[in-house]
Design a protein around this ligand. Sequence first.
Ligand code: BGC
Length: 468
Amino acid sequence: MIASHLLAYFFTELSHDQVQRVDKYLYCMRLSDETLQEVSSLFRKEMEKGLGADSNPTASVKMLPTFVRSTPDGTEKGDFLALDLGGTNFRVLLVRVRNGMRHSVEKHKIYKIPLDIMQGTGDELFDYIVNCISKFLEYIGMKGVSLPLGFTFSFPCHQNRLNEAILLKWTKGFKATGCEGEDVVCLLRDAIRRREEFDLNVVAVVNDTVGTMMSCGFEDPYCEVGLIVGTGSNACYMEEMKNVELVEGDEGRMCINMEWGSFGDNGCLDDIRTEFDVVVDENSLNAGKQRFEKMISGMYLGEIVRNILIRFTERGLLFRGRISERLKTRGIFETKFLSQIESDHLALVQVHSILQRLGLESTCDDRIIVKEVCTVIARRAGQLCGAGMAAVVDKIRENRGMDFLKITVGVDGSLYKFHPHFSSVMHETVKQLSPKCEVTFLQSEDGSGKGAALITAVACRIREAGQH
Ligand code: BGC
């Protein structure tokens, strides 16, 4: 494959031997149709395991019930506050809902979370969050008002009801102490109490996938799946209550936060994990955890590429065998470089300047090889994501006993939005692996934040109806 790609560069001086040596490494990252089919079937099995009460403890895909069952009926209205914590930024939003369907973000602010806060103590993290909320309330002139609040908290949580979320484990760049095993709503309330300045009425805690699905659901009633491919990756979908053994009751449907990032943590993906995946995992904050996520999401793809480049250089396949000090730095090869490199078509000028910034003097051949590495890694990510998604939509189709299913997936996340090829590779894979489904992907605008407010609006409407 690399050989045919390289034909385009007729001026290349890559020898046949060099092409073969490069390809020997990249070969195991080019997934065949059969492998993708296998991954999809394996994922489906893990979904079933996660849903079963007895099998759940050993399932790598935890299939967490979210207690989100109802969708808006159009009578919801009011102002809601939404918090969004999950990446490097914390966002606070004021969302206005009028007649359920019409909603808008009135005001919002983004606050950067410093690394020492992400990885300090839980009290410091929640005090920081409450400080941001305080600044926001002052900015919108609503300091004394206690608005209903929806909290998008994008980490695996065990929920027994909508406004409780026990953090199972941190993922991505977070590791604040004293939070795992605790209800994040209590941690937030404690921090608000410590500040003695305002009160908040936390109505719902939701995952970003759930918020995304919900907000896209307003635009498209077929939207019953949510997908995030950004710093981390995950998906949720509407499951039949009768299949959700962890929650009592058989009527209707409930949204399941699959936490698909941990697919493979029981070793079931070991056949396709490469030495580079293993190194990236071992050097991460949560070794052994989130193995699927580490093969597909933005926080890790750059690291995989960096490790491959180091190995190629050590083997004399790149940069005349000379590794720069900068390339040895963890995290220096950002995932956005993959997007920039793949957008660089003709002269590979961008590739040249990115490598130069990393202290690497490249030849034309070096740049071709680096681009090929980026292509292979992003393509594999798109395919794996597609294999997981194909299993999800096909399960929904079977649940409903349909020969053919039309369904929409609400999507968000930087890799999906900004990489030039990731989304099309994923779409293609879903099409190929689930031919009995017609899947539309709807890009969400601000979904994770708005979605939490909408879920809060529905919960308030139901609560008020119950009081009459
Ligand atoms: C978290 C999920 C989240 C995803 C996308 C993962 O690391 O475990 O809860 O939905 O990232 O933000």
